[in-house]
Design a protein around this ligand. Structure first.
Ligand SMILES: *Cc1c(COP(=O)(O)O)cnc(C)c1O
Length: 394
């Protein structure tokens, strides 16, 4: 294959990272289940084990199928290096544990993914790491917090479930102004819609479980970016043991081949649905960065090449109305995941913010009547009819 970095991302999703690992003229990447890799020759074994030569030693460390997955996402995000983990939370927690030390200070925002937020409020502080979570849409306040001294700035945009947008250029500059490492969770946007490394971020993290895999049948996480940082995360994850399984890596790889066409269709569906809901009398609020009415629509347009397929909306009547509405949807899983080919819905109270009390959700600007909607690849007319019917009977 010619230089893959010259190809459009859609072509990289299909071809990227595969050639080196194809076996016996197979056109598809093998799922290598072997736990260990044997070396009859001591010198070669020693060179691979000590990192002098490329190769695999033991499955907790590296694996050929997993390596293809890492290389494909590395090419898509445009990073120097990539390493993977068993889940998105494993990628995120391993990154934070590998890079932070007692006495360090993290600045992040209030609206990070629920599990990430718990690391900041509970687990990291117990290791002597200070974590300050700032109002997500108050860019000057985040800049002030960073300028007071910060070792790691952790960003996530658009956010879950209210689709707030962070100003990546400004905040990355603020982080680098104090020599902080800047990490961005790019799960919602995916590299097809947003490239944080090109905007200056040091690391991108993903829950590959969501859009990268796209079929809700494999868990995985990945970290891409500066090779010195990725190496530290890899070395920690290798010992921590949260390794991506080869079968999961294969499923994620297969899903990634259709990333571009899935996301195009999903974003078209999301835009049509957001527009429909905004005009609906029973809907009091719609959050979708593609809508001109989104308070940060211009900012989103300046740093994203597409607005993605996640939206949320509030129904008149609060949680009771949501309870009445959800059972009437025929074309939606009522489930905790997102980013799959099937439309998936859920209220924050049972999904992203299940750990919070209603008061904590209110403080985050998450009304109890909110529904998170992950638009799938179904025909848009069917999705619109399904929503219209469910809203009518509620
Ligand atoms: C789901 C999710 C995670 C966690 O990923 P898992 O694969 O479930 O561990 C992290 N960040 C975001 C934005 C997510 O949506």
């Amino acid at each position: 294959m010619s230089d893959l970095s010259e190809l459009d991302a859609a072509s990289v999703t299909v071809w990227g990272g595969e050639e080196r690992y194809l076996l016996d003229r197979a056109t598809q990447v093998p799922v290598v289940h072997s736990v260990a890799f044997g070396y009859p020759d001591f010198e070669e074994w020693y060179d691979v084990a000590t990192g002098v030569a490329e190769g695999h030693i033991y499955g907790r460390n590296t694996n050929p199928t997993v390596a293809v997955f890492e290389e494909k996402i590395r090419l898509l995000e445009g990073g120097e290096a990539a390493t993977s983990a068993s889940t998105g939370m494993a990628a995120i927690s391993n990154t934070l544990h590998a890079l932070l030390r007692p006495g360090n200070r993290v600045v992040s925002v209030k609206d990070t993914y629920g599990g990430t937020s718990l690391l900041f409020t509970d687990f990291l502080p117990s290791f002597g790491i200070t974590c300050d979570l700032i109002d997500t849409t108050d860019t000057p306040a985040i800049e002030r917090a960073v300028s007071e001294g910060c070792d790691l700035l952790y960003l996530e945009t658009p956010t879950n479930p209210t689709l707030k947008v962070l100003d990546l250029r400004r905040l990355i500059a603020a982080g680098h102004g104090v020599n902080a490492t800047v990490v961005v969770d790019n799960t919602f946007a995916t590299p097809m819609n947003q490239l944080p490394l090109a905007l200056g971020a040091d690391l991108v993290v993903h829950s590959a479980t969501k859009f990268l895999g796209g079929h809700a049948d494999a868990l995985g996480g990945v970290v891409v970016g500066r090779s010195d940082l990725v190496k530290k995360v890899y070395q920690y994850r290798e010992i921590n043991g949260a390794t991506l399984d080869p079968m999961a890596a294969y499923l994620l790889l297969r899903g990634m081949k259709t990333l571009q066409i899935r996301l195009e269709r999903q974003a078209e569906n999301a835009m049509a649905i957001a527009t429909f809901l905004e005009a609906h009398p029973k809907v009091t609020r719609v959050n979708y960065p593609g809508l001109a009415s989104h308070p940060q629509h211009e900012l989103a347009a300046s740093q994203m090449t597409g607005f993605g397929s996640m939206l949320s909306f509030a129904i008149d009547g609060g949680l009771e109305a949501v309870k009445g509405f959800l059972p009437h949807l025929k074309l939606a899983h009522r489930a905790a995941n997102l980013g799959a080919v099937e439309t998936t819905v859920g209220p924050p109270a049972t999904t992203s913010h299940v750990e919070c009390t209603p008061q904590e959700r209110a403080a985050l600007g998450i009304p109890e009547g909110l529904v998170r909607y992950s638009a799938g690849i179904e025909h848009v007319d069917d999705l619109l009819a399904d929503l219209a019917h469910a809203l009518e009977v509620v």
